[in-house]
Design a protein around this ligand. Structure first.
Ligand code: GDD
Ligand code: MN
Length: 353
């Protein structure tokens, strides 16, 4: 298989020589090219140009004077100019060890896949190179949320946010991609169902320099998710909103009939939890029902989760108000948002797994 290796770079000068040395060593005897798609504001293009002279294989440099769509846009640009139909995408800071490339190629050569994903979270892989505990937690949580939003397309993929993968570009409609920010693989996988497989790898420490990930990148990622998955989640939100209004109307009616407010609230909650379940069953997750076991089991899970959530939310609310001193209404809003996200994740990942 001929191979184009696409490396997006933003101010990665000190990593270039080492990266090319290790790629050359590992792929000795194979036919391949390396394409740097560079948006640097420093001397990285000159460093790449000099290194290209010394490398014993083709090294191309595309410097974008007007960077568009960041890392993701750079990768798509690389796909467009690649000589080979199979493109390997990897970071330029050696967090993706070049020594793992042959395992990706071997998997692709065995056939029946359109993308081979190097995963930190498949068994045998690690994410030790993530700078700190916070970053690891954020990565884990956003991976879980993403998988909850695309249960089908991401089935069998443990690491949709990885930047290390081997893709058959013929299987992808490049014009349909809307890259924004860092998560280009997610963009590709969410657009079209691809035949995929994974190989585990150890996400390494950066060789030189600093990560370009920022808080803004995090927001971009959330926008990307919302855009890609406007469908299911907004339907889920709509059902939840209708349920909340129904809950209040039922409670009001029972109180008018002379019922005390506590049993009225409990009865209203039970009724809305049950009707919500059927709305989810027939509207929101209709396409996933046939593959997720018996309805009774789903009902028990859904009912238990929603019941526990209703019970737990109140003490959490009082901790936020009394302990952390957040204004009551803001605290209530925060708990409702958190409850909504958790409820959605639980239903997509567990109830309709
Ligand atoms: N061309 C271009 N344009 N390249 C960029 C840009 C950009 O705007 N921003 C970053 N890059 C390049 C970097 O130079 C590096 O080669 C690669 O993209 C990854 O950037 P890092 O700054 O090293 O990001 P990271 O290590 O925090 O994140 C990586 O790992 C994540 C998993 O934890 C990326 O691969 C993410 O996509 C991945 O989700
Ligand atoms: Mn990195």
């Amino acid at each position: 298989m001929d191979l184009s290796i696409i490396v997006p770079t933003f101010n990665e000068g000190p990593n270039v020589d080492e990266l090319l040395r290790r790629i050359g060593e590992t792929l000795e005897g194979r036919v391949f090219e390396v394409i740097f798609v560079d948006d640097s504001s420093d001397d990285t293009p000159a460093v790449i140009a000099a290194a290209a002279e010394r490398a014993g294989f083709p090294v191309r440099l595309i410097h974008r004077d007007v960077p568009t769509a960041g890392l993701g846009g750079a990768v798509v640009e690389g796909f467009r100019v690649a000589t080979s139909r199979w493109c390997l995408v990897m970071d330029g800071d050696l967090q993706h060890p070049p020594e793992d490339i042959p395992r990706l190629i071997e998997r692709a050569e065995r056939g029946d896949v359109e993308v081979v994903i190097a995963s930190r979270y498949a068994s045998g892989g690690t994410s030790k190179g993530l700078a700190d505990a916070t970053r690891t937690a954020v990565s884990r949580a956003s991976t879980a949320l993403t998988k909850a939003m695309f249960p089908r397309k991401l089935a069998g993929c443990t690491d949709p946010m990885t930047g290390f993968f081997l893709l058959d570009t013929d299987a992808v409609d490049l014009d349909a991609l809307r890259p924004r920010g860092f998560k280009i693989l997610l963009e590709i996988l969410a657009r079209r169902q691809l035949r995929l497989d994974e190989v585990p790898f150890d996400f390494a420490q950066r060789y030189a320099g600093q990560s370009k990930a920022t808080f803004t990148q995090g927001i971009r990622f959330l926008t990307q998710l919302a855009m890609l998955r406007f469908g299911r989640m907004s339907a889920f939100a709509l059902v939840g909103g209708v349920g909340a209004i129904a809950n209040l109307i039922i409670m009001w009616g029972l109180i008018r009939l002379g019922v005390d407010y506590v049993p009225a609230a409990i009865a209203a909650s039970v009724i809305t939890i049950i009707t919500n379940f059927f709305l989810l069953e027939y509207l929101v997750f209709a396409d996933m029902r046939s593959e997720s076991g018996r309805m009774r089991a789903r009902f028990v899970k859904s009912f238990t989760f929603n019941g526990l959530e209703a019970i737990i939310r109140i003490p959490v609310l009082s901790i936020l108000v009394e302990g952390v001193h957040i204004p009551a209404v803001l605290a209530a809003a925060l708990t409702l948002i958190a409850a909504f996200v958790l409820r959605f994740m639980f239903h997509a990942l567990v109830v309709y797994a």
